[in-house]
Design a binder for this molecule. Structure first.
Ligand code: 6PG
Length: 234
């Protein structure tokens, strides 16, 4: 198991540890460079972290006025849609924080001209990002980079419209270079149903086209004990 993997006892402990990690990394970025650009993920595992960070005393340690929030992917739905990653962040991490919401840039996956909107968001996205938060699907996808996706071969654009494997199918996602160049990346994985894929991602042969989350293989991971049950012990 790579040194970057932290095993939390359960999903609540995972969310707490991930919230502490995010506070620590945003503070370090602001101390070093005067600002911090964070790309958030969607999904239930990242959501639990946002809920803990947004509602706990930890929130007082976030350097909110110096943090800009972006997204690693988004579904092609309006910002108030229950499937929206923007709405997910707005009703958890950013709830009751209008100044932070004003520093948040929604990924316009539902734009009429998705190609042009993706290109524009790719130019807007700081290069490199300071922090990228990622989840992992049971199929090994991360952000909206799904196994076998042509987006995995993209080396020019930083954001692309894609068709995902799980509904809502029309999405927009960061491309591999955005993950590769980010200063810090954290992957959050919970649940026994992901144990086999997590073991393949961390201990199996490197094959990013088959297991896109391997783009972050050597980065920081916080997983719960159930998801870690298939990992080789150090
Ligand atoms: C999305 C996410 C996606 C998510 C994983 C894990 O928009 O769906 O960005 O990559 O992080 O599918 O989601 P769960 O934590 O809910 O399993």
């Amino acid at each position: 198991m790579s040194p970057g993997v932290h095993v939390a006892s359960d999903s609540r402990a995972l969310a707490r540890r991930a919230a502490e990690w995010l506070v620590e990394r945003t503070r370090a970025a602001v101390a070093a460079r005067g600002g911090c650009a964070v790309a958030l993920a969607g999904g239930s595992t990242p959501r639990a972290t946002y809920e803990v960070l947004g509602a706990s005393a930890l929130a007082g340690a976030v350097p909110w006025p110096a943090v800009d929030w972006y997204f690693g992917d988004e579904r092609a739905v309006p910002p108030d849609d229950p499937e929206s990653n923007y709405r997910l962040a707005a009703e958890t991490l950013l709830a009751g924080r209008p100044q932070a919401l004003a520093r948040t840039r929604r990924m316009p996956a539902d734009a009429e001209d998705a190609e042009a909107a993706a290109r524009a968001y790719g130019r807007l996205l700081p290069d490199p990002l300071d922090v990228v938060i990622l989840g992992m699907g049971e199929d090994g996808h991360t952000a909206s980079l799904f196994p076998g996706s042509p987006a995995l071969d993209e080396r020019i654009e930083r954001v692309l419209p894609v068709t995902g494997e799980k509904p809502p199918f029309r999405r927009m996602t960061i491309t591999p270079q955005v993950i590769e160049t980010a200063r810090d990346v954290l992957v959050l994985v919970a649940g026994g149903e992901k144990a086999a894929m997590l073991a393949r991602a961390l201990d199996g042969p490197l094959d990013v086209r088959a297991v896109p989350v391997q783009l972050a293989r050597d980065r920081a991971w916080i997983v719960d004990r159930a998801a870690a049950s298939g990992l080789r012990r150090p």
